[in-house]
Write a protein that binds this ligand. Structure first.
Ligand code: BYC
Length: 319
């Protein structure tokens, strides 16, 4: 697919650009520029890793959920994240990436996962706030990705977004219940909102003037909006929800700007995002250690599956 001799690629490039220009999908067997393939593998792999690492902060609360109902909801949600990771690794495989190699790259620190999962979950209110803010931010980011130019990614995203929507609602409902509870419960919610608000805004990535990939990814219609556009949309959607909940978003500069038709918000500490992405967040080491040990613990499953597949292939050859 990428092996076409140099010089012969011009018609293929034209076809590719025309497909993108007509808002049609690029499919696995279509010719695509190496840079497009690399960008897709990078983004899909990071996204898959984020889903899998993202099971950890909330997973820690499954055994400590306050009721059977909350436990069942949380179990279902964390299991969904595993499913999202699997759809996404499958989408990356359609581009020729090997799932095992992607996992190795994550474990060796050569591929990234979302900064947001490097913060601790200190109380059960964090489960609600992750659903409301983190999944809420994920939905803002991912709904436009349902129209991403790479077919398998866009299709995976449709199902993921439906499930994320359930996740966001369960978080909001949990918080609403706590806000109608005792003063101590309301304090727990406010404390969790204070800790997760700014990291949630950072999920959208660096500001547009410091985002090296956005321009190219927008031209290829991999991304449909810039990081800042999506961040603004998230703030605008979230402010009225905070009012319904009765929580204060921890930003003294947050106010409606009638002229812009958007909320203004205060400066984001980009040095924190850089620190967290480069491995120096509050939980990076713990998240990676857990991921490594889960990978090692799963070795026997992978070996058994490979042996089973080899035996099956052997039987098919013999027949
Ligand atoms: N954390 O040029 P930029 C979820 C990296 S899962 C870490 O703007 P791009 C959920 C970026 O990768 C959440 N790294 O990049 C799961 C790039 O580095 P490389 C994940 C970040 O790709 C479970 C560099 O910084 N969602 O929602 O154009 C439970 C420069 O950035 C971050 C996705 O992956 C960050 N926050 O835009 C609940 C969605 N931000 O690769 C929820 C799909 C930036 O050049 N991904 N970086 O070394 C995307 O939409 C885009 O990849 C991003 C970044 C908007 C994240």
């Amino acid at each position: 697919m990428t092996g076409t001799p140099q010089g012969d690629t011009l018609p293929l490039e034209r076809d590719f650009e025309a497909t993108i220009g007509h808002d049609q999908r690029i499919e696995p067997r279509d010719w695509m520029p190496d840079g497009y393939r690399r960008t897709m593998v990078r983004q899909i792999a990071q996204h898959a890793h984020s889903e899998i690492i993202g099971m950890q902060p909330e997973g820690e609360w499954i055994t400590r959920a306050p009721s059977l109902r909350r436990k069942a909801i949380l179990l279902a949600k964390v299991q969904d994240e595993a499913g999202h990771g699997l759809y996404l690794y499958s989408a990356a495989e359609t581009l020729g990436a090997d799932r095992g190699e992607l996992t190795e790259m994550l474990i060796e620190g050569r591929q990234k996962y979302s900064s947001i999962f490097n913060y601790p979950t200190l109380s059960f209110a964090d489960v609600g706030v992750i659903g409301w803010l983190v999944d809420g931010a994920a939905i803002c980011n991912q709904v436009p990705l349902c129209r991403s130019s790479y077919g398998p990614y866009a299709r995976a995203m449709i199902r993921i977004c439906k499930e994320e929507s359930f996740h966001q609602r369960q978080g909001f409902e949990l918080l609403l219940t706590m806000m109608r509870g005792t003063p101590a419960q309301r304090e727990m919610v406010q404390d969790a909102v204070n800790r997760w608000w700014w990291p949630s805004l950072m999920m959208f990535g660096p500001p547009d003037d410091a985002s090296p990939n956005t321009e190219r990814s927008m031209a290829w219609k991999i991304k449909r909006h810039t990081n800042d556009e999506l961040r603004q949309r998230f703030v605008d959607i979230t402010v009225p929800q905070a009012e319904v909940l009765g929580v204060t978003l921890p930003d003294p500069d947050l106010r409606w700007n009638a002229e812009r038709g958007h909320h203004d918000f205060g400066p984001i500490d980009w040095s924190e995002l850089k620190r967290v992405i480069s491995g120096d967040g509050p939980c990076n080491a713990a998240r990676m250690a857990r991921r490594r040990s889960a990978h090692e613990d799963g070795a026997w499953v992978r070996e058994a599956a490979a042996a089973h597949a080899a035996r099956k292939t052997g039987r098919e050859v013999a027949a």
